[in-house]
Design a protein around this ligand. Structure first.
Ligand code: AMP
Length: 307
């Protein structure tokens, strides 16, 4: 459960969680996914599922994964392309463990550009090296539902006696094969060499937010939510500016050409949202937007936006 202070941010957020193995990307993505109802897309999970199913891709990926190295870009990009094309990803997504190097980051930017779904933010989870090693060695995953636990966190977080939502039986905790000491060292080296440069890549594009990801899980979740609220506000302001521009633009015949009566009706129904968005933004509150609800219009909402 999320801490009570964590309010919902928005339903159309497209973010990347960036961090070393053990920095809590999986745990925080799972919490955010429940809160925001947007999917967590973990390339590690997709690859492990392919390995478990024994697909050709899984067979190709396995050796690199067992050695703690990166799987070939074309395999991972193929998985991401397919996954982002699924309907649930239209409402936003949390990328966990992707991109992992510069060429993946560039390919992602191209893909999202084609889909007209640019990233909203990249949140970097900062954790000291020693703490990363400690966390990875205590990490356990439920073999049935995939939920991540840690032997070294408080009893409340471990909560392994709670029933598994998949089976209704207690969670079946297993240690990932690549969470052993030798592989962990290699994975952290690969992170430093190939993934860390993405911090500068995204900073240069104005997308990077860094949070301290050490301490209690709930506290880290709060910091993450705060970082995302800071993103939601400029987004809401942008929506309000778009409302102003649109309300000023002349409309041929007073209505969009070719728009059916029903479409016109639904468009007028959407006018309330930008006003609410602008009000929330002016009060510095997080904003919940409906999927695709960035369309704006109406003088009333524009007037409110300017206030
Ligand atoms: P993770 O669960 O994110 O720690 O990933 C486990 C392993 O899957 C990594 O050590 C890599 O071998 C592989 N992997 C996951 N994501 C990627 C990626 N984006 N690019 C290449 N390999 C990846």
């Amino acid at each position: 459960m999320l801490p009570p202070a964590a309010a919902s941010v928005t339903t159309t957020m497209r973010i990347v969680l960036l961090g070393a193995p053990g920095s809590g990307k999986g745990t925080q993505s799972q919490r955010l996914m429940q809160q925001e109802h947007i999917p967590q897309i973990s390339t590690g999970d997709l690859l492990r599922a392919a390995v478990a199913r024994g697909t050709e891709l899984g067979r190709k990926a396995k050796e690199a994964m067992d050695g703690g190295r990166l799987v070939a870009d074309e395999l991972v990009l193929g998985l991401i392309r397919e996954r982002l094309a699924e309907p649930d990803a239209r409402r936003g997504f949390i990328l966990d463990g992707f991109p992992r190097n510069l060429s993946q980051a560039q390919a992602l930017a191209r893909l999202l550009g084609t889909l007209r779904q640019p990233l909203d933010a990249v949140v970097q989870l900062e954790v000291e090296y020693g703490e990363l090693v400690r966390r990875i060695s205590g990490r356990r995953t439920c073999a049935d539902c995939g939920r991540v636990f840690n032997l070294f966190t408080s009893a409340g977080q471990l909560n392994e006696n709670a029933p598994c939502p998949r089976t209704g039986a207690p969670h079946r905790l297993i240690q990932r094969p690549d969470d052993n000491e030798a592989t962990v060292t290699e994975r952290l080296r690969v992170y430093d060499e190939q993934t860390r440069p993405l911090i500068e890549f995204y900073r240069a594009r104005g997308l990077l937010r860094a949070i301290n990801a050490e301490g209690e899980v709930d506290e880290v979740t709060r910091r993450l939510e705060q970082a995302l609220h800071a993103i939601a506000r400029p987004k809401a302001a942008k929506t309000a500016r778009a409302a102003t521009r649109k309300s000023r633009a002349p409309k041929p015949g007073g209505r969009r050409r070719g728009a059916s009566r029903r479409a016109a009706k639904s468009a007028s129904g959407m006018r309330r949202k930008p006003a609410a968005t602008a009000r929330a933004a002016s009060k510095g509150k997080p904003v919940r937007r409906a999927p695709g609800g960035t369309r704006a219009g109406g003088r009333r909402s524009a007037r409110r936006a300017r206030r």
